[in-house]
Write a protein that binds this ligand. Structure first.
Ligand SMILES: [Zn+2]
Ligand SMILES: [Zn+2]
Ligand SMILES: [Zn+2]
Length: 362
């Protein structure tokens, strides 16, 4: 993620900020320019709604207001006042949100929104279509954030997953204790909200970018295997018997070994992790390896924007030493590795496939 700067005082800002801590100015995320823009209140006394209407400090002649979810402290994106929509591109994808009368739901929903907004930021940076399912029922994307209580009538707990563009996330995943419990139950080294979002949206884009394009589907099968293998049986087998012994040689995670679709979603999620980490490193100007010899593989310099860089090898060459350095920093503080994975050679090829697909090189 970018590190933004206040347009008034140059103070560095997080993506989620709504006010600059230093100069106090009001901030809103502007999709068009992917900047955190400083907002200036318009003062038209005739307009009853003018309190909530802003122009930009770097005036582009437009008027803006916040997305409706700003009122819940769940979004800081701004939309044109001329726009009929109430929600920003990220929030409009919500089909169901939890019952906000319950304070716990509100707190957890905000966490889900933080992760989802970061996801949508990345999708837009890649230039991927982000289409609301209301607009395009067959090709669109939507989110259901369900708690076991909202899914009344079903004795089954809510399962996080994807079906025809609808991504369901169990709100309980936003609860750190529950997530840690699940992480241990599933014997996963890593389980986060952003990880869930990246994984599930991977299934959606498989259908959008691969399923109906025979040439690309053929290449997909070369790397990931034949997805026509019975999915239900494959998952049953995975949960009953676990992954094959040698899974580390071919897959980024145990779950990736369960079925080609899951291998794809896991690999896709890792590609998004990799790009986000490298973008952050780029904005901080991070380099590593000062103590190592000249041609050490632990040397890296984040001097490129990973969304723009066409060569995957350049991304990977920087990413591996970056994660080694970050894991070492975490270990210094007695924390778990931030990136507890080793990328096998076969997964490198799969990641390259994702990269080429996103850079339209197929
Ligand atoms: Zn400021
Ligand atoms: Zn919004
Ligand atoms: Zn999946």
């Amino acid at each position: 993620m970018k590190i933004f700067r206040c347009q008034q005082c140059e103070n560095p800002l997080y993506f989620e900020n709504t006010k600059c801590e230093v100069c106090g100015c009001q901030l809103g995320y502007c999709e068009k320019s992917s900047t955190l823009a400083t907002l200036v209140k318009t003062d038209n006394p005739k307009d009853a709604d003018s309190q909530n209407i802003y122009s930009l400090l770097r005036d582009d002649g437009e008027h803006y207001r916040y997305c409706k979810n700003f009122g819940h402290k769940a979004c800081n994106w701004i939309i044109y006042t001329d726009d009929k929509a109430e929600f920003c591109t990220a929030c409009t994808l919500n089909r169901t949100i939890p019952n906000l009368q319950k304070r716990k739901n509100l707190r957890e929903w905000r966490k889900l929104e933080r992760a989802k907004h970061r996801l949508v930021y990345a999708l837009l940076r890649f230039g991927l279509p982000v289409i609301d399912k209301d607009e395009a029922p067959n090709k669109g994307l939507a989110f259901d954030f369900l708690s076991d209580a909202t899914a009344s009538g079903s004795a089954q707990p809510v399962r996080t997953g994807h079906l025809n563009g609808l991504i369901t996330i169990n709100v309980a995943e936003a609860d750190n204790v529950h997530r840690e419990y699940m992480r241990k139950q599933m014997a996963e080294p890593y389980r986060t909200l952003i990880g869930h979002f990246r994984h599930e949206v991977g299934h959606y884009y498989w259908e959008r970018l691969i399923r109906d394009r025979p040439e690309i589907l053929q290449k997909f099968r070369k790397h990931f295997g034949d997805e026509r293998t019975d999915y239900g049986e494959a998952l049953k087998n995975h949960y009953r018997n676990g992954p094959p012994k040698q899974w580390r040689q071919s897959y980024i995670s145990k779950y990736a070994a369960s079925h080609p679709w899951e291998d794809w979603a896991e690999t896709w999620a890792h590609y998004l992790h990799l790009v986000d980490m490298l973008e952050t490193a780029f904005y901080f100007g991070i380099s590593t390896g000062a103590a190592f010899r000249e041609n050490s593989p632990l040397k890296m310099q984040a001097d490129f924007d990973p969304y723009e860089e066409g060569q995957f090898d350049i991304l990977l060459k920087a990413f591996v030493p970056l994660t080694f350095a970050l894991n070492s920093l975490n270990r210094s503080m007695g924390q778990k590795d931030i990136y507890p994975f080793v990328i096998p050679k076969k997964t490198v090829k799969k990641l390259k496939f994702v990269h080429r697909l996103l850079h339209s090189k197929m």
